[in-house]
Ligand binder design. Structure first.
Ligand code: S3P
Length: 445
C-alpha cells in the first residue's frame, strides 16, 4: 500500500511575526525560460525552489541550457532564441500546468521533436487551449489527444499570428508570445480580460520589442519575432498566492498581527487582497516599491471581524488561484459570500470548484455551488473535523489546513507532499507564526 504524509491543523492562538514567503511561481518559471532563450547569463535570486519550478529547470537542462545554483542565486546560461537542443529524454513537468504549457510555446519554435509528460493531475488537464494557437503557427502534434502524454514537433518556420484568447489564461497568452519570439514578423495576443502580465514585463526586461495597446477594454499585446533576448538579472518577489494562505490564517486566528515582507502586488494578482478589504479586513500594503519592473510591498494583516461579499466574475483572473482560500475565509465571515465566474477553477490542479465545495462540506460549512458560482455562508463557529481529499492539489491542501486553525475540531489532509509543488516551507513557516500544525504520521493513500 502506498503511504502518504499527512498534516493536521488545530485551533490556534494568535499568530504573530514578520515573515517572507518563497518566490513567485509564475515569475520563477518565466525567469528560467527567458534566461534559457537569451544570450549570455541570467542571475535569478529568490527563485521558488518548489517542485514545479525545479521540473522546468530540469526540462531546460535536458534541452541544453546550463543552469546551476551558486550561493543563493541560480545562474542560467542561455542558448539564444531557437537555440535549444533535442532532448533524449521525455520532458517531465510533474504537477505543473504552467511549465508544460509555457514550454509548448518554446518547443513550437525549435527544430525538434519532444515528448511531454506529467503526473496524474497534469495528465487530466486540457492542453488544447495552448495547442490550438500553436498549431496555427506551425506546431505539429502527434495523435489527436489534447492531454499529456503528448509528442510535439516544432519548426524553424513558424508563422506569426494574431490570436484572441477564448479563455482568460496567462498561460495561453505566454505560450503564444514565446512561440512568437521565434517566428518572423509580429505575433499578437488579444485579451478581453487582463491576466497576469509577468511575461510582458519580463520580455521587456530581456530586451524584446513589445507593443501593448488598450482599445475598448481589450488589450493587444504584440512581440517582434526573430527576437534577440539578452540575459539579465531577476530578483523574484514573494508569491502573493502563497502569502494569501498566511494572510487568511491571520484573519482566522483571533488576535493575530503578521507582516509578509517583499510580496508581489502586481495589479493583475491582487484580487484576493482587494476582496479581503471589502470584507472588512484590516490589511495594508506597506512600504510599496518597485523591483525589476514589478511592484512589491509588505502585506500587514491584523485579525478582526469580516462580512460576506459578492466577488464579481471580472475579478476572477486576478485571484484565480485564491478561491479555495477565499472560500475558507468566507466560512469565518458573517453572512453570505458569493463568488461568481469560477468556470476556470474546474481545470486547475484539481476541479477546484468541486474540491473546495467538498472540503467545506466535510468541515460542516454551509456552502453550495450553482453553475459557476460558489456560495459560502459563514458562521461564528466553524465545526471542522474533516479529513480532506486534496486530489493532488497543493492549494486545496493548504486552504483546508488554514480552515483547521480556527475550527472547533482539527482538520487533516490526505496528502501533504503536494504542498511542495509551490510552497515547500509552508508548514514550518506557519508553525513559526504560532499555528498548531502537526505531522500526523502516514496514512494509507
Ligand atoms: C499561471 C496562470 C494561471 C494560474 C497558474 C499560473 C501563469 O493559469 O492559475 O497557477 O503562471 O501563467 P491560467 O493561465 O490557466 O489561468
Amino acid at each position: 500500500m502506498h503511504m502518504q504524509a499527512s498534516l493536521t491543523a488545530s485551533k490556534s492562538n494568535a499568530l504573530r511575526g514578520v515573515v517572507r514567503v518563497p518566490g513567485d511561481k509564475s515569475i520563477s518559471h518565466r525567469a528560467l525560460i527567458l534566461g534559457a532563450l537569451a544570450t549570455g547569463s541570467t542571475k535569478i535570486t529568490g527563485l521558488l525552489e518548489g517542485e514545479d519550478v525545479i521540473a522546468t529547470a530540469e526540462v531546460l537542462k535536458s534541452l541544453g541550457a546550463a543552469i546551476e545554483k551558486k550561493d543563493d542565486a541560480w545562474i542560467v546560461f542561455g542558448r539564444g532564441v531557437g537555440g535549444l537542443n533535442r532532448s533524449v529524454k521525455e520532458l517531465d513537468f510533474g504537477n505543473s500546468g504552467t511549465g508544460a504549457r509555457l514550454m509548448m510555446g518554446v518547443i513550437a519554435g525549435q527544430d525538434t521533436r519532444a515528448s511531454f509528460t506529467g503526473d496524474a493531475s497534469l495528465s487530466g488537464r486540457p492542453m488544447g487551449r495552448v495547442l490550438t494557437p500553436l498549431k496555427l503557427m506551425g506546431l505539429q502534434v502527434e495523435g489527436s489527444s489534447d492531454t499529456l502524454p503528448l509528442t510535439l514537433s516544432g519548426t524553424k518556420d513558424l508563422l506569426p499570428i494574431e490570436y484572441e484568447l477564448p479563455v482568460p489564461s496567462a498561460q495561453v497568452k505566454t505560450a503564444v508570445l514565446l512561440a512568437g519570439l521565434h517566428a518572423p514578423g509580429t505575433t499578437c495576443v488579444i485579451e478581453n480580460e487582463p491576466t497576469r502580465d509577468h511575461t510582458e514585463r519580463m520580455l521587456r526586461h530581456f530586451g524584446a520589442k513589445m507593443t501593448i495597446t488598450k482599445v475598448n477594454g481589450q488589450t493587444r499585446i504584440c512581440v517582434a519575432g526573430h527576437a534577440e533576448l539578452t540575459g539579465n538579472d531577476v530578483a523574484v518577489p514573494g508569491d502573493p498566492s502563497s502569502a494569501a494562505f498566511l494572510a487568511a490564517a491571520a484573519l482566522v486566528c483571533e488576535g493575530s498581527d503578521i507582516t509578509i515582507e517583499g510580496a508581489l502586488v502586481n495589479p493583475t494578482r491582487i484580487g484576493f487582497y482587494i476582496t479581503l478589504r471589502e470584507m472588512g479586513a484590516n490589511l495594508k500594503f506597506e512600504n510599496e516599491r518597485e523591483e525589476n519592473g514589478e511592484p512589491i510591498a509588505d502585506i500587514h494583516v491584523i485579525s478582526g471581524p469580516l462580512k460576506g461579499v459578492t466577488v464579481p466574475a471580472g475579478r476572477a483572473p486576478s485571484m484565480i488561484d485564491e478561491y479555495p482560500i477565499l472560500a475558507v475565509v468566507a466560512a469565518y465571515a458573517s453572512g453570505e459570500t458569493r463568488m461568481e465566474g469560477l468556470g476556470e477553477l474546474r481545470v486547475k490542479e484539481s476541479d477546484r470548484l468541486a474540491s473546495t465545495l467538498a472540503g467545506l462540506t466535510a468541515c460542516g460549512v454551509d456552502a453550495q455551488a450553482d453553475g459557476n458560482v460558489l456560495i459560502v455562508r459563514g458562521a461564528d463557529s466553524v465545526p471542522g473535523g474533516g479529513h480532506i481529499e486534496t486530489h493532488m492539489d497543493h492549494r486545496i491542501a493548504m486552504a483546508f489546513l488554514i480552515l483547521g486553525l480556527g475550527a472547533q475540531t482539527s482538520v487533516s489532509i490526505d496528502n501533504a507532499s503536494v504542498i511542495a509543488t509551490s510552497f515547500p516551507q509552508f508548514a514550518g513557516l506557519m508553525k513559526g507564526l504560532g499555528a498548531d500544525i502537526v505531522e500526523t504520521g502516514n496514512k494509507p493513500a
